[in-house]
Design a binder for this molecule. Structure first.
Ligand code: GLC
Length: 550
């Protein structure tokens, strides 16, 4: 635990007393703290999470320069370290200072693009689990969110709605060929939406929200409900369910009666939050909504692969010049790697790692695919397909230790060119196909959301056989994840915290459901309407279903 001015503000990345050269593993990393924060929250210890959120917010506005160049305002650091320094002019007295690292000391000088996104996600989780929404409403916190989003939404030369980043600007923080528009970053940009309201498809829902069944609802603090309003809300909801029941058949069939799903809950809660939108944030909220719709369309449509899609790519025509080309990015069928042809299962599929003109990175990246499930970036059917693929490819993606960070590893010449001959990222090691137990909590969350906790239990039980005996390694190596990683730290905090959080989530699935996002029909509709403006698609919910719900 790291304290600043007497308050706990985070946990260090690794704590192995035998390690004489901890490099920067004695610092608090924003991304590493997320599973620790969830473990604290699930254990009823919200204060440290609040301290962390406020402390890192202060670091956000730090003056920063790298070789005379100042990175964008709003950037959150990768990590920070608290040091004691002698007080000027005092004899023997010390003061504590907190030094953030925005990438200026990091190996490869990479900007931590994911830090701000994780910060927003954690802020939401804090509110959901503690019930303390006052923190989110504070002016300084609102400004922090806006600064992060302004940075992410700034217009550039991009033609795609995905976020353009440099290699290594996330959990994989060294060159691994994930520059451009990598999936790992795209899914993290979705959740900010939940921090902001959007227009409810049901007008009356903006004034009240339901609890777990249709017969009871809690009143909105600002608008006392009337009998007529209650009746209207119910009528709206029934109409809404009827309209969507063939869009999400599995969801409604599974539901006892017309029980409430988190889909509605999230939509209603967000609509309720809408009442606090002011003139200063209206444009930003609009920009977020537009971007969310475009991004989910882009990823669902162009990043998804399964048997059928790969066969389609295999038969692609190339050099198509027109707005309605099928092969929009001019992908040559020869790009389909040999391993994929035999690997892709009959059932299921996944989102590829990256898409750029004439280039599809077909590697499977676990964090991106899991967060696409958790945040509903992918369609409900795609989400089920991703878990089906993990199940079918268990021996490749889990084997002896959950879970591979990506699959397959880069080898030989490809390894040399893409990683820059990085000896830490040799095949099936570290970021290049190594196994990272911290991914377990995100897998657990995705499995619980999709009603497949037994898959997560299997993975947790596998991990429990090795982790404590092996002293909680940072990562494992080899194609089957059998060895503790070559340069793996021991007593790695996010390994311990990820394992604890997974167990707590499995024991409290109702808390897990507060941490996920369900499909948002409003976003689908926006997207179809935008396409309709180009005269190609009719604007309706039915169109949304056929166009976007693959
Ligand atoms: C490594 C990992 C990074 C992590 C850091 C601290 O650099 O790649 O994701 O945040 O270690 O554990």
């Amino acid at each position: 635990m790291v304290n600043y001015c007497g308050n706990p503000v985070g946990t260090i990345a690794a704590n192995n007393p035998a390690d004489k050269y901890p490099v920067n593993y004695d610092q608090v990393f924003i991304r590493d703290f997320i599973p620790s924060a969830l473990a604290f929250l699930l254990n009823g210890e919200g204060e440290i999470v609040k301290n962390f959120l406020l402390h890192t917010l202060q670091l956000q506005s730090w003056e920063k320069t790298v070789d005379c160049y100042s990175p964008g305002k709003g950037l959150m650091p990768a990590s920070f370290k608290v040091r004691s320094v002698p007080l000027d002019g005092s004899n023997g007295e010390f003061e504590e200072v907190s030094d953030p690292d925005f990438g200026e000391s990091a190996i490869g000088r990479v900007a931590p693009v994911d830090s701000g996104l994780w910060w927003i996600i954690l802020l939401r989780a804090y509110g959901k689990i503690t019930g303390d929404h006052g923190l989110q409403e504070r002016v300084d916190i609102q400004t922090g969110i806006k600064l992060i989003l302004n940075l992410c939404l700034a217009a550039g030369f991009d033609m795609f709605p995905s976020l353009l980043v440099t290699d290594g600007s996330c959990m994989i923080d060294r060159r691994m060929g994930i520059h451009g528009h990598p999936l790992e970053i795209q899914q993290l940009s979705l959740p900010p939406h939940s921090a902001f309201p959007f227009a409810s498809p049901l007008p009356s829902f903006s004034v009240a929200y339901f609890s777990s069944d249709l017969l009871s609802f809690e009143e909105d603090r600002r608008t006392p409900p009337t009998k007529a309003l209650v009746a209207q809300l119910r009528a709206d909801l029934i109409e809404f369910i009827n309209e969507y029941k063939d869009v999400f058949p599995e969801r409604f069939e599974d539901m006892p009666g017309i029980d409430f799903s988190a889909l509605f809950y999230a939509a209603l809660r967000s609509s309720r939050e809408m009442l606090t939108v002011d003139d200063g944030s209206r444009n930003l909220v609009q920009a977020i909504n537009n971007r969310l719709s475009a991004l989910s369309f882009h990823i669902r449509e162009y990043y998804w692969v399964d048997m059928k899609k790969i066969n389609e790519i295999y038969r692609y025509k190339t050099e198509e010049y027109s707005t309605d080309a099928t092969n929009k990015f001019n992908i040559y069928p020869d790009q389909i790697p040999a391993w994929l042809v035999d690997w892709v299962p009959e059932r299921g599929g996944y989102l590829i790692g990256n898409l750029q003109p004439a280039h599809m990175d077909f590697r499977f990246f676990t964090l991106g695919n899991l967060w696409s499930i958790v945040s509903s970036l992918a369609t409900p059917r795609q989400n089920r397909g991703i878990l089906n693929l993990i199940e079918a490819k268990w021996d490749d993606l889990v084997a002896n230790m959950p879970l591979k960070i990506c699959y397959p590893a880069l080898e030989y010449k490809e390894w040399s060119i893409i990683t820059g001959s990085d000896p830490k990222n040799t095949s099936w090691s570290y970021h290049n196909g190594g196994s990272w137990p911290t991914l377990l909590w995100q897998f657990t969350l995705a499995c619980i959301k999709m009603g497949r906790p037994e898959l997560a239990e299997k993975a947790v039980s596998l991990a429990s056989k090795r982790l404590s005996v092996d002293q909680w390694p940072e990562y494992y190596d080899t194609q089957n994840g059998r060895f503790i990683g070559k340069q793996s730290r021991l007593y790695q905090t996010w390994t311990v915290a990820g394992f604890l959080t997974s167990k707590m989530l499995l024991e409290n699935p109702e808390l897990a459901s507060l941490l996920v996002w369900e499909e948002d029909p409003e976003l689908l509709e926006n997207c179809v309407c935008a396409l309709a403006k180009s005269g190609r698609i009719q604007c309706s919910r039915h169109a949304a279903r056929s166009q976007i719900l693959v």
